[in-house]
Design a protein around this ligand. Structure first.
Ligand SMILES: [Zn+2]
Ligand SMILES: [Zn+2]
Length: 334
């Protein structure tokens, strides 16, 4: 079968590999869609300390179980299910977390094996009728977005700012609407990408320069109730604090490059305005199941966000599209 394997930074090869064989407790699936995201770009450029090459990449996975034909979506982050955090229900911050496409071969392949550990934490979800494989593969990033917005308590009547108009930003806009946000504003420094995203997700306003001033103007000087940074930008995080309303919640959804993780923030803004700053680290198996339900019920449509469908042989083109911000969602069809 064909797979796309990471060998070293800058070196992903589409090559032949033997079909994997499922051991006890494992599940073999025929991958139908495995979508790409900024994480794949990061791995391609810099590698990842959890990846020991060669490794089949791909973590936004949907396919058919070999033998039964059951249509399934698979989690990416695998909590251990037994540590103190997992026992307390905090599965997104399990210190023993492993990931598909990192510790285990992922979905850029015709066939793959789902580890027993994934099944043990209910990490394989049946795809509801009417939901395509490509849409189902977007349940994983939507699950991460769901985790972020639940930690930031996005709810009815909120004015929400999403900074970053990539696929994650688009999902944030859609989910905020589904959760009853009053208005959603989309911010990006790349005017072209902003226009492409806004065309699809129709925010109440778009902002490409002077983000803080513009958001204050749009909110009558109050600021936003929730600000979500869906970009690996310290500047965006600093701006987020300054455009936040009193008692606002700020989600540092996107992580920063590991060589530049320090930002400057006015701690008195946090103190006097009673701000809450939250992080977000992936998603739990329950978030994946919930994301699939939101897609199936039409509450968060994702089909139109899939702008490119490519065969496995073009996985590098897909990663390039994502890296240039020239696509919303790129999905690979092995
Ligand atoms: Zn991803
Ligand atoms: Zn754990």
């Amino acid at each position: 079968m064909k797979v796309a394997r990471f060998h070293a930074p800058g070196d992903i090869r589409v090559e032949d590999a033997p079909e994997p064989v499922a051991g006890p407790g494992e599940l073999k699936i025929r991958v139908r869609n495995c979508s790409t995201c900024g994480t794949d770009v990061k791995i391609f450029k810099h590698g990842h300390h959890h990846i020991r090459p060669p490794r089949v990449m791909g973590h936004e996975i949907a396919g058919e179980v070999v033998g039964t034909g059951e249509r399934v979506q698979v989690i990416a982050a695998i909590p251990c299910g037994t540590c103190e955090e997992c026992r307390r229900g905090r599965r997104t911050v399990c210190p023993n977390q492993e990931s598909m496409g990192y510790h285990y071969d992922g979905g850029f392949a015709e066939y793959m094996v789902i580890p027993a550990k994934v099944r043990a934490v209910d990490g394989v979800n049946a795809i509801p009728p009417g939901v395509g494989f490509a849409e189902a593969s977007v349940a994983e990033p939507l699950a991460c977005v769901l985790n972020g917005q639940s930690l930031a308590r996005v709810g009815a009547g909120d004015d929400v700012v999403v900074m970053g108009a990539g696929p994650i930003g688009c999902l944030h806009v859609r989910l905020a609407r589904a959760r009853g946000a009053a208005r959603v504003f989309l911010v990006d420094v790349n005017a072209e990408r902003l226009a492409m995203a806004a065309d699809l997700v129709r925010p109440d306003a778009v902002v490409d320069t002077d983000a803080v001033d513009q958001v204050l103007k749009l909110t009558g000087g109050r600021g936003a109730d929730v600000v979500i940074t869906a970009a690996a930008s310290g500047a965006a995080q600093e701006q987020a604090l300054r455009m936040a309303a009193r008692q606002a919640r700020i989600s540092f959804f996107g992580g920063l490059p590991k060589d530049a993780p320090i930002i400057a923030l006015d701690s008195n803004l946090v103190h006097y305005r009673e701000l809450t700053i939250v992080g977000a680290n992936g998603s739990s198996p329950a978030h994946n199941a919930e994301a699939l339900r939101l897609i199936a019920e039409g509450l968060v449509p994702v089909a139109d966000l899939i702008t490119h469908r490519l065969p496995l042989s073009q996985v590098l083109d897909g990663i390039d599209l994502v890296s240039r911000g020239a696509a919303i969602k790129v999905t690979i069809e092995p």
